[in-house]
Write a protein that binds this ligand. Sequence first.
Ligand code: HDE
Length: 667
Amino acid sequence: MQPERDAKDRQLDADRVPLDDLTMTTDQGIRVDDTDNSLKAGLRGPTLMEDFHAREKLTRFDHERIPERVVHARGAGAYGIFELYEPLADLTSAAFLNDTSVKTPTFVRFSTVAGSRGSADTVRDVRGFATKFYTTQGNFDIVGNNFPVFFIQDGIKFPDFVHAVKPEPHNEIPQAQSAHDTFWDFVQLQPETLHMVMWLMSDRAIPRSYRMMQGFGVHTFRLVNASGQGTFVKWHWRPVLGTYSLVWDEVLRVQGNDPDYNRRDLWEAIERGACPEYELCVQLVPESREHDFDFDLLDATKIIPEEQVPLRRIGKMTLNRNPQNFFAETEQVAFHTANVVPGIDFTNDPLLQARNFSYLDTQLLRLGGPNFPQIPVNRPIAPVRNDQRDGFHQHLIHESRTSYAPNSISGGCPAAMDGYRHYQEKVEGTKIRMRSPSFGDHYSQATLFWNSMAHWEKRHIVAAFLFELGHVARKHVKEGVLVHLSKIHPDLGAQVARGLGLPAPATGEVHTNASPALSMTGQPRSVATRKIAVLMADGTDAAAVSSFRQALEGQGAICEIVAPHEGEVGGVPVDRQLSAVSSVTYDAVVAADGAALAGESRALFFVLESFKHGKAVGAVGSGRQLVEAARLPNDVGVIVGDDIAGSFAEAVAGHRFYDRDVSRVPA
Ligand code: HDE
C-alpha cells in the first residue's frame, strides 16, 4: 500500500526526473545521436576537442564524487512521518508538538561512525540516528546516536577522538574498527571515554537492524513554552519492535556475506510495507531540579537513569518511503544540531555548543558552498525568505531589488518579526579554559552500566574487550586500560586481565547501584519481520511446509525457501539457493527436509551455525533427520515435530538463546 503523500513528498515532485522521455540529450538539452563513439579525425584518427558530448560526459564523470562525511560516512536513509500523541503546550511552543492532527514529514539517516562510505554495515561501532522534521515552522533536526552518551565532554576534543578511532595515519589500517592501538591509547589517557566505551563493548554496538535499535539526542536540550518558561529535555527514540543485537561471531561472518546487511534490511522492510516505527519519548527535568543529580546535566558522558526520571511517550515516527536516489537524498542530506524551531533550545553542554558550529561548517565543504539548504532533501516545507544571496549553485531567482535590511525600496521586506526567540538564560562568568569539577566523575556510570547487565551481557562485554585489546600491540596501552576496567568493577578488570594474561590491577570499593532499563533483556517480543530460512530439497513434503509457513507469515514473519538449486522444489518456488546464502542473514532456520539434506554439508553447516548463534532451530517432516545428523545438543530452542508453528514462533520472538553451550559446535 502506498503511504499517504505528505507535504515533503509533494514538494519533491518539482525535482523528480521520471524516465518518461527516452531521448538522450546533453546537459544543454541538445539531442545526442551516438554516445558510444567519440568524434575522431578519421576512423582510426585522434579524438577531436570539439566533441562537446564526450568532453561533457567525461568531465561530469570526473566530478561525480564529493567528500564523504568525516565521520558517519556510511549510512542509509528513509522518509517518514511523525505523529504526536498529545499536545505539549505546557512545555513547548513548537507547533509540531502542539497539534495532534498534523503529520510532520521526516527524513532519517542511520549510519556507522568510523568506517568509510564503502565499509561494512555490521561492525562494532556507534550508530547514528539523525532525524530531520520538516515542520511548518522550518526544519528541526535531532542528530542522535543509538547510545545515550558520548566519548568526550568538550567538543574541542572531537578531532583528537576521531583521529584516534579512525584508521592509523601511517598505513590507513584498520577500516571501521576500534580494535587498534591509537583508539585504546586515547581511552586509557582520557577516562571520560569509559562510560561510552562500556556501551561500545556491549551488544548495543552490533544492532540486529536499524529497525531494532534505540536513538538518543544525547545532550540535554531545552523546551520552552509560550510564556518563555524552560524545561530540560532528553530525546529518546524507542523502536516498536524492541532493541535487539547480533552476536559477535555472527557479525564477523555477516560482513562477508552481506556487507549491506543493515542497509538492505531497512530498504526491504519499507518496500515490503513493514514500516519501521519508533516512539519519541522525553525525559523532562524542571529547571528547579537542575542540580538535584550526582552528575551534571550538561555532561554528555552521563545518562539520567530512567528510574530517576521516567520516559514519557509523546509521539511516533513511521518510516514509510525509501529515497529514489541514494546520492541526491541520502548522501546530500545535511543535518545540523542548530536546526531548531521556536519552542526548542540548547543548553550550555560544551559538546553541543561545538556541534552547533561544526555541522554547518562541514556542509560548506562537503556540499560545496552555502546553498546546500536548497538541495531538495534539505529544503524546508516552510517558506524561506531572507537577504542571504549568491554563492556557488544558487538555484533561486530572487526578484527583489534589495538584499539588505532595513530597506524602504522593497517595503521593508522580508522583515524579521514573530520569529525564533532564544531562551533568555542568564549567563555570566570569567573567560576560563577549564573543565567544570561537576564533570569530574568518570567511573560511577560506567559501573552502573556494568551492574545493570544480565549475565550474558556481561559475558559479551568481557569477550568484546578481549577481542579489541587482543588487537592492541602495545602492552602499556592494555595495562592502562586494565587499570580503568578494574576501577569500573573488579570482576570486569579481573576477567579481562585473565584473558590478556596480565595481572589484574588493585581495586577499590565500587557501588552496587543498577538501572534495570539499561539491560536489553525484557524487550517487546514479536515474530513480525523476522526472517526464517526454510530448508527444502527435491522430494520435501510441501504440504507440511505450507501450513507451517502460513502460520508464521500470518504473524508477519518472512519465510524464504532455501534449497540446493533454484527453480522449484516439491512444487514450491525456491527463494535462495543454498550455496548463495548463509545462515547469518536469517533470524532462524527450519529444516523441512532431511532425506536429501542430511548428507549435504552446506545444509548441516547452516543448521549448526544457526544453533551456534543462539537462533531457534526447527524441524518439520523429514527435517528431523537433518537436525539429528547435525548432532545438536538437546537444547532449548531446538523444536522438532509436525505441529511446531506456535512454539517455533514463540522461540523466534525471543530472539536468541544466549545461554547455550556452543563450545563444541563445529561451525
Ligand atoms: Fe557528529 N558530526 N559530532 N555527533 N554526528 C557529524 O556532520 C561532530 C556527535 C552525529 O547522517 C558531521 O554532516 C562534533 C554526537 C550523526 O548526516 C560533523 C562533535 C552525536 C552524524 C560532526 C560530534 C553525533 C554526525 C560529519 C563533538 C550524537 C551523521 C558529517 C562536538 C548525539 C549525520 C556531518 C548524517 C555527523 C561533528 C559529536 C551524531 C563533522 C564536532 C555527541 C548521527 O559535523
